[in-house]
Design a protein around this ligand. Structure first.
Ligand code: SF4
Length: 124
């Protein structure tokens, strides 16, 4: 027998914040209601089956006035891998000078996403 579940979630793809009602059968999203545009349906399906998140963090840096460099993932990463990625960043030490967008950790954990500097940091 199919296991049918109803999930309520808010779309975060734009400020309208539509309330979405998704129906799932055996882990598959079979319908999404309440979305005002197609992005809402995609968001609900992704969020319920493969949630993704941006990662923002810091890494140590040498040769700069500050000791920590803010970094961000270039695109979203699987939510379940965010902590592991943050732990991997603890092992990394950048070297000044750094420009915003410089790749600090290429292809983190082999997930196909680069971690890049989110600000310039001059050498001192
Ligand atoms: S469903 Fe469309 S209109 Fe509604 S919050 Fe999502 S992106 Fe915005």
């Amino acid at each position: 027998m199919d296991k049918v579940q109803t999930k309520i979630l808010n779309c975060i793809m734009c400020p309208m914040g539509c309330e979405l009602t998704a129906t799932m059968e055996d882990g598959v999203v079979t319908s999404v209601k309440g979305n005002s545009c197609p992005r809402g349906e995609k968001y609900a399906k992704d969020e319920l089956t493969n949630p993704m998140r941006m990662l923002t963090s810091t890494v140590r840096i040498e040769g700069a006035a500050l000791h920590l460099l803010p970094v961000v993932s270039k695109s979203t990463l699987p939510k379940g891998k965010i902590l592991e990625c943050a732990e991997a960043l603890r092992e990394i030490k950048a070297k000044a000078p750094v420009k915003v967008g410089d790749v600090i950790a290429p292809n983190i954990l082999g997930l196909g996403v680069d971690i890049v500097a989110s600000r310039d940091m001059a050498a001192v």
